[in-house]
Structure formats: structure tokens, C-alpha cells
Design a protein around this ligand. Structure first.
Ligand code: RM4
Ligand code: MN
Ligand code: MN
Length: 433
């Protein structure tokens, strides 16, 4: 294979030299400030360095809406090129060593080769994702009226078989989890028998669950609407929780931030799932109206912080069954996907570090003394602390970029890729449309 352009480590450290001055100054100042609060900055740097979030293979391609897709220059054309981009993100931000695959969008022809290709870039594979919300060329039965919950047994069997294939592929790739999101639901009142559809879901999922290796987990992803506009079979966390309990100890509930009605208290859903030992993890994104798949932290950063506040509280208390899997699930329609993913990963680390800044003893005291103003104040103090120097130092010490976006732009990566990756005739990038 011809050698493809990569951002060299030496280039990253050259770029870092340019920012070293302000980082050191700001870091020293922040260390002093935090010491006044009895917080040791090095502990927060260690937390920042430990945070990991998976990149979805489909996220590095340009997304689109149901109206149009505006392809970017030099976007990846196959899974190997997608992994190249994931490797670049990892190199610059250091918090994204895992990739989550969507099947069949990114079905590998040769799993061993793909695994080696990924490992060569320091990457491994996180949860698998099945797709029974679209018909694939040559597929026998259509999912137009459902997949795992379809009234016809052969359609359900086909959807189950697809999920089993995902697990098989995942085993070969070293994955340890399988995420199931279905588009099943109804567009009109009366279209579906609500209880019947959920019964069929459980029946199908039991077959999939039975095929899980012992050390795997299965993640149920709920969504309140879309593509079905009247009702969805797995519409909310309550339904998801019921199903996870019915299935057994390897089944957990996954929270995609965009899958709730506007204004829903998502941090509370997170707390409930943690309390019940059934939180699978997250698909991070942000939204204003629905499943907008906007960049994490771009619309409601305080909500993101409050979610991490729950996560960090559980982490510090070392709660049972608390092992959240993190993935970004975004559609980059008007930005460079690499830049969006880098910035989003940093937003998550920011919220995580800020949540570690919450004075938990003081918060408990305010709660016990029924002092809402002080409780809010404690959270706000953590939320408004600018932890940017901590994130920059954690990245730099790990060999990443102090300023990932600027370093990426200066490297000319996208320009080089647009030469290496001329548009293939008739090819359309698969992914969220
Ligand atoms: C869905 C859901 C799934 C994702 C698809 C592409 O809305 O978020 O997780 O795989 O979109
Ligand atoms: Mn999702
Ligand atoms: Mn979604």
C-alpha cells in the first residue's frame, strides 16, 4: 500500500512550542487558585488523561439531512480511510483510542487485517452497532414496517441473524459489547399493537442475548421518535430498563442524549439507571429540537456538566455495575468531522474534569441543610472554572496537541487527503443521512 500522509509527532511538538508559554503561565496560576480550594491540580490532570470516548466509524464522514448532504473534500471512502482519520484524532487529542463500527456500513472483509490496521494506529474496537433500520441491497425481507418487532416471523429472524453476525464480527475484532437501536414503531394511531410489538422485541432480543459471549454486554438504545413519528417500540428509558431486566445481567440501557423530548431531565435518567445498576453508557451529542446530532456541549454545556456530575458521583462512590461506555454519536453536516470530533472529545473531558471539581462534602451539607441556593452555587462554581490549561497539559504530556484544531489545520491534513482520496464515481459515503 502506498504511504499515506500522517501528522508526524515532531510536527505536533513543534506546534506545541508555540503555545507552551501561555499554557505554563495559566497552569501555574490555576494550580494556585485550586490549592486555595484544597484541590491538587495534578489529580485533575490524571483524571483528564484517563478519560476515553469511542469514535463512531460513521462520524468521520460528512453527514447530511433528509434534504441534502454536502460532501467535504478528502473525506474517507472506506473503513481503512475512516480508521486513518480516527488515528489522526487519537494522535492529536489522546482521549479517543477506540472505534465503534456500524454494520453493514463498515462491514470488514477481513477482520484480522482490519484489527491489525487499527492496532498499528493504537486503536481498538469498542461496541458494535447493528443496522436494521435500512434495507440493504439483496436483502430478502424489507424493514419498512419493522425489524426485531415486525409482525412477520421471517423478517424478525432476518433481523436477529444480522445482530448475530455483528456479534461474530465483533468477536474477531476484539469488541466486548453490542448496541441495538431499532427504528421500529408506527406513524399512525392503530398501526401497531403496542404490547404485541414489545413482546416480539423481547422474543427477538432473547435470541440475540443468548449468543453473547460471557464477557460481553448488550446495550439497548431508546429513542422517543424518528424514523417513526407517532410511536416507537423502545421509546424511553423505562421501557429500556424493563427490557434490560427481562433479558438478564448482561443487558444495559444506553443513553443517547438526543433521544429525549426537549427539556427532559436527562441527568436524572442517568442517576436512576446508575442506581438500578443498568447504565450501559452514552452516545454523546447535543440537540436543540430533537435528534439533531449536533456537537457535544455546543447547545447545552450545563446539561452535559450535570450528567458528568452524576457520573463522577457514582465513580467516587465506586458503585456496583458502574462501568459506562462512552461514544460520540454525531452527524457533522457543516463542519470538518475531524475538527468536530476533536472538539467534542475535549468538551467531554472538560465536563468530566469540572465534575471532579465539585465540592461534594459541601454539596451534601447543603442538601442536608435544605439550602438550594448554596447547592446550586457549589455546582456553578465548578462549572464556571476554566479548566482549559488542565486539558491542554494532559494532552501535551500524552504526546498530543495543546491546540488540536490549530495543529490539524496547520498540518494540511485535509488538503493532502483530498489529493489521496479523489471521489470515486458512483460511491456515496454511508452514514447518517
Ligand atoms: C440513531 C441512533 C443510533 C445510530 C443511528 C445512525 O438515531 O442514534 O445510535 O446508530 O442513529
Ligand atoms: Mn445513538
Ligand atoms: Mn440518534
Amino acid at each position: 500500500m502506498t504511504r499515506h500522509f500522517e501528522i508526524e509527532d515532531s510536527f505536533i511538538s513543534e506546534q506545541n512550542q508555540k503555545s507552551k508559554g501561555w499554557v505554563e503561565e495559566d497552569f501555574t496560576y490555576l494550580a494556585k487558585r485550586l490549592r486555595r480550594q484544597n484541590v491538587e491540580i495534578e489529580n485533575l490532570v490524571a483524571k483528564a488523561a484517563s478519560f476515553q470516548v469511542a469514535i463512531p466509524s460513521w462520524g468521520v464522514g460528512t453527514g447530511g439531512t433528509r434534504f441534502a448532504r454536502f460532501p467535504g473534500q478528502g473525506e474517507p471512502r472506506d473503513i481503512y480511510e475512516k480508521l486513518e482519520d480516527c488515528g489522526t484524532i487519537f494522535k492529536l487529542v489522546r482521549s479517543t483510542p477506540a472505534v465503534s463500527l456500524h454494520i453493514p456500513w463498515d462491514r470488514p472483509e477481513d477482520s484480522t487485517r482490519l484489527r491489525e490496521f487499527a492496532a498499528g494506529r493504537g486503536l481498538h474496537f469498542d461496541a458494535m452497532n447493528s443496522n436494521t433500520f435500512q434495507d440493504q441491497p439483496g436483502q430478502k425481507h424489507s424493514y419498512k414496517f419493522g425489524s426485531l418487532t415486525h409482525p412477520d416471523a421471517p423478517v424478525r429472524a432476518q433481523a436477529v441473524a444480522h445482530n448475530l453476525e455483528c456479534i461474530e464480527l465483533g468477536k474477531a475484532l476484539g469488541s466486548k459489547a453490542h448496541t441495538v437501536w431499532i427504528g421500529d414503531g408506527g406513524n399512525f394511531p392503530g398501526q401497531q399493537h403496542f404490547r404485541g410489538a414489545l413482546e416480539r422485541y423481547l422474543e427477538s432480543m432473547r435470541e440475540i442475548y443468548a449468543a453473547l459471549p460471557d464477557d460481553w454486554r448488550i446495550f439497548i438504545e431508546h429513542k422517543f421518535y424518528e424514523p417513526a413519528f407517532y410511536s416507537t417500540v423502545i421509546n424511553d428509558w423505562g421501557t429500556s430498563y424493563h427490557c434490560a431486566r427481562e433479558l438478564g445481567p448482561k443487558a444495559f440501557c444506553l443513553v443517547d442524549l438526543g433521544h429525549h423530548a426537549p427539556n427532559v431531565n436527562i441527568e436524572m435518567i442517568v442517576a436512576r439507571l446508575i442506581q438500578f445498576g443498568k447504565l450501559a453508557g452514552f452516545h454523546f451529542n447535543d440537540s436543540k429540537y430533537g435528534d439533531d446530532d449536533l456537537d457535544s456541549g455546543s447547545i447545552k454545556p450545563f446539561q452535559l456538566f450535570l450528567i458528568f456530575n452524576e457520573l463522577v458521583d457514582a465513580e467516587l462512590k465506586q458503585l456496583a455495575n458502574f462501568q459506562p461506555a462512552y461514544m460520540l454519536d454525531q452527524s457533522h453536516n457543516v463542519t470538518d468531522p475531524i475538527e468536530s470530533l476533536m472538539m467534542s472529545a475535549a468538551e467531554l473531558v472538560r465536563a468530566y474534569v469540572q465534575a471532579h471539581l465539585v465540592d461534594r462534602a459541601a454539596l451534601t451539607e447543603a442538601q442536608e441543610k435544605c439550602d438550594p441556593l448554596m447547592a446550586l452555587n457549589i455546582l456553578k462554581q465548578a462549572f464556571v472554572t476554566d479548566v482549559a490549561p488542565i486539558l491542554a497539559v494532559a494532552r501535551e504530556r500524552g504526546g498530543g496537541a495543546i491546540d488540536p484544531i490549530r495543529t490539524f489545520r496547520e498540518s494540511g491534513y485535509r488538503r493532502m487527503k483530498s489529493e489521496e482520496r479523489p471521489v470515486r464515481k458512483g460511491a456515496s459515503a454511508s452514514g447518517i443521512v
